[in-house]
Design a protein around this ligand. Structure first.
Ligand code: KIV
Ligand code: ZN
Length: 408
């Protein structure tokens, strides 16, 4: 069976940047956009040009700096927004306007004080107006997660009729369960006239920690684009994280899906985005957290030293991380300790290792992590050479100053 391609729509520079304290300047945005192009994303959502002159300029500069990737600009279903988006995209080789409006009862009633019929009219008008500026128009039905499926289908059918090339189904408040979101996508696939001519897109927020699960179910049920951000940054609890969805697709070939992402660039772009935005990646974050390929318990370390696959289902090299790490803590065992000493250039025989291990545990119980410097201090404390049966041999293999030592 032929594999189906899933397009990756990166919104790090728009939804991702929409986070308090995470503002990016034009220069940083351009650097990230160029790296996103290298990574192989299909679409870069460069910003919301009407929101500020700075964002307008960023979108313009990104259009000039990126060669082939689609550059998308966000707008509300407001003529002025759409004009500004169109203007900002003038130098893009492949421009896309992303326009839309809230479709849930909650948005229609409280945000717009409007009616479903008027919302459909505004949606149609926005798409028709955006088509005056660009051919490629993506429509978002904001709060689609809480929109009744029959009304959502009606909105989709109308905007397709007026030229929408992509339809985005955002779970704006991270409300849906995976099955529910998947069924929504399936319902649209089965009930909207013309849906097979367009790209159907997922856009899931992580308020309940389900953004990636919802996006995955969405694509399994027929969507062919995922909107996501590097490190999962974004409004409130964030968006679907690019690295998670891409690696799920890569690791599970039975899904018969693929993306164009060069996964080996994931770690470096994760660092870049974290540095530029000042948003630290949580240590246990899947794929890109510092602990994602680190092992600290004795049982796991022993397994990893024998064969990496015993405790890792993802090869760190696939995401651009050179090697897994062995961290020395009070939960570590003798094999990890011997392994780390060997990395520092010391080979300990069994007696020496037993003695050193008992001193090591005293240190480790007081500290979170034992460093190379402390390992050397422990060795001195053990006073090994004075004892006959305790031998420590020096090898040429030195790898000092690393706090986290990698597995060979
Ligand atoms: O979450 C959302 O609904 C959005 C839209 C503006 C696409 O970000
Ligand atoms: Zn969003």
């Amino acid at each position: 069976m032929e594999k189906r391609r899933i397009q990756i729509f990166d919104t790090t520079l728009r939804d991702g940047e929409q986070v308090p304290g995470c503002k990016l300047n034009t220069k940083e945005k351009v650097i990230i956009a160029k790296k996103l192009e290298l990574l192989g994303v299909d679409v870069i959502e460069a910003g919301f040009p009407t929101s500020s002159p700075g964002d307008f300029q960023s979108v313009q500069e990104i259009c000039k700096s990126v060669s082939n990737t689609i550059i998308c600009a966000l707008s509300r279903a407001v003529d002025k927004d759409i004009e500004t988006a169109g203007l900002s995209l003038q130098s893009a080789k492949r421009p896309r306007i992303h326009t839309g409006i809230g479709t849930s009862n909650c948005h229609i009633r409280y945000k717009f004080n409007s009616t479903p019929e008027k919302i459909i009219e505004r949606a149609i008008h926005a798409v028709k107006y955006a088509k005056k500026f660009v051919e490629d128009v993506e429509f978002y039905a904001e709060d689609a997660g809480r929109t009744e499926n029959i009304f959502l289908a009606k909105v989709c059918e109308n905007v397709i009729k007026y030229g929408a090339t992509v339809i985005n189904i955002p779970d704006t408040t991270g409300y849906c369960l995976p099955e529910e979101y998947g069924n929504k996508i399936r319902f649209l696939k089965e009930n909207v006239k013309g849906i097979h001519k367009i790209i159907l897109s997922t856009h899931c927020h992580n308020d309940l920690g389900l953004a990636t699960a919802n996006s995955l179910t969405g694509i399994m049920y027929g969507a062919n684009q995922v909107e996501c951000t590097i490190n999962g940054i974004g409004e409130r609890a964030g968006n679907t994280s690019l690295e998670e969805i891409v690696m799920i697709i890569k690791q599970n070939s039975h899904l018969n899906l693929f993306t164009n992402i060069n996964t080996k660039l994931i770690a470096s772009i994760s660092n870049l985005v974290s540095e530029c935005t000042g948003m630290k990646v949580q240590a246990n974050k899947a794929i890109v957290g510092i602990n994602a390929f680190s092992h600290s318990s004795g049982i796991h370390q022993d397994g990893i030293i024998k064969k990496r696959e015993t405790y890792e289902s993802i090869n760190p090299k696939d995401v651009g991380i050179d090697k897994s790490s062995i961290i020395l803590t009070a939960r570590s065992g003798r094999s990890a300790l011997a392994y780390r000493y060997k990395k520092l250039g010391y080979f300990l025989n069994q007696n020496a290792l037993d003695l050193v291990y008992s001193i090591f545990l005293k240190y480790a119980d007081k500290k979170k992590e034992i460093t190379d410097m402390e390992l050397k201090t422990i060795l001195k404390k053990a006073n090994l050479n004075k004892e006959k049966n305790n031998q420590v041999l020096h090898t040429n293999n030195t790898n000092s100053n690393n706090i986290r030592i990698n597995v060979v």
